[in-house]
Design a protein around this ligand. Sequence first.
Ligand code: WTA
Length: 652
Amino acid sequence: MVEAIETLLEERRRIPPPAAFTAAARVADATIYDEAATDFRAFWMGHALREISWFREPTEILDDRNPPFYRWFADGELNVSYNCLDRHVAAGGGDKVAYTWIGEPADEERVLTYSDLLAEVSRCANALRELGVRKGDRVAIYMGMVPELPVAMLACARLGAAHSVVFGGFSAAALADRINDASCNVVITCDGAWRRGQVVPLKVLVDEALVSTPGVEHVLVLRRTGQEVAWQEGRDVWWHDVVPAASPECAPERMNAEDVLYLLYTSGTTAKPKGICHTTAGYLLGCIMSHQWVFDVRPDDVYWCAADCGWVTGHSYIVYGPLANHTTGVMYEGTPEHPSWSRHWEIVQRHRVSIYYTAPTAIRAFVKAGDEHLARFDLSSLRLLGTVGEPINPEAWMWYHSRVGRGECPIVDTWWQTETGSIMIAPLPGVTTIKPGSATRALPGVVAQVVDEQGAEVPLGSGGYLVLKQPWPSMLRTLWGDDDRFVSTYWSRFGRDVYFTGDGARRDEDGDFWLLGRVDDVINVAGHRISTTEIESALVGHPAVAEAAAIGAHDAIKGEQICAFVILKDGIDQSVELRGALVAHVATQIGKFARPGMLLFTTDLPKTRSGKIMRRLLKDVAEGRELGDATTLRDPAIVLAIKSQADAQLGR
Ligand code: WTA
């Protein structure tokens, strides 16, 4: 049999859950998997009735008559903001802290209890209603990480308007596209946002975008950074003029389970962005259950998801899951490197953070910056760590486990997508034996498989395409305004009832999943299909390397040759000897045929705004081509710098 993707690296370390962790865990044994497998409909319905407060309880569970247009709990009625706020306050939990917010400028801090949040969300909802927002409308939100961002999201949910959060790092043109695609009638923004000590002038960008968005009637503007802004009378409204004066009471709309809760645009690396569409009840249930199972949240936890609300991770694990679960969270305005790489650890120490969730790209950056940035901090409050967004290389995982987690905290490597709405593959920290680099197994109620080109499940131990075989409540319902693209992107390759994730994966002999990156990135060398992730992990396993990206570059003889871009740890110099040593290292870790034919040292990698490496641009660099479109990069200048570093090393 020809494997869809060959897998070569073997990681043998195993870490069972600490007994003390299991003893206190919310899920302490594996029976939950069997329960879900026996009757997944009854399993989800039971949780839906127990965990959600309904205005009208559903009697229907799953409507699967017209795949892939699935519907969950379709005759139920509820409101998500009611579930996140009102019910906790009504139960006497209004004084519990919802968010401790920490500003990027030193010493700015705000504490919002559940009662505070309910009042502020209600005021904001009333103000939005005054501006003409109605049930069924779409509202664009383009803000920095301030408490008013979740407030605005929840206010939309309260009114039954779908929000479309656009990450504050996107350009005016990207914002305009997204506003128009969803026909938003109102935009919520800030004068500016803090980012690495600088002001990002959001209102200027909104003004620029709105030149080409005829449907927008009002812009609600929060003052955050304080600089002068241009003002269009009649259209623009200050938050401080209308929100504080509005009533702190606002009845939540009765929403149908399948009404749209939000749109979130994901950009592929090239094509037109896709408006991922999530609905109300199923999405909420997915967030609630996964947040409880995977993060093992308990009433006294201080939980910090260090993502931005502009991404799905912020939607599901800063806002909807944690608030519906009445969790106390930390919310941080800035990025991990400003004013120094110690910032996160200082926050963990000061606020006694117990659960910390971040991305592998941040972890590798911490490794590169050096251990001295965390050595002086007391991180003993941490009891659980998580990662999301990319495959995590075993060595970065080990660093996280030993340096941040003192070798004691379980790590939950969570695989999911904007499209899946909530975590699909991850350990249950009190149950699962974890392995560095493996997301382990599908959550209860989720059926994941690795299949070959024909859609047949591959034997354990081999690689292929990751698919989800059974509908789940938080699944995307469509792409906004484009059912055909929804079907062709996700539900065509292996049939209308099999969700194709676009990721490659391998299952090991225990059935655990190892993610191998996007299948579009697979490298084909002399007939071997190799995953970028494995070559990168091999390189990051070398003590000199902080981060690496592997791509396939055209080669006249082999078809493709492997080209690796390597970032060294701070304080280590590049040299011809080191290059040779790294190439040899890959050969011993994986095999001679996987030796990079080209290995270039760089100081940076081209990343999208959500931190994913954009390999197509590295391919352009390696092949000495004109650089392709770099507008979706966080910092488009980086790729030019990489190109000149590469050209110098290649003598071009
Ligand atoms: C990748 C982020 C390996 C994967 C929640 C997926 C991961 C894409 C992991 C979705 C993980 C996410 N291990 N790869 N734990 N988590 N990915 O939509 O390629 O921003 O398809 O959602 O990120 O990215 P998105």
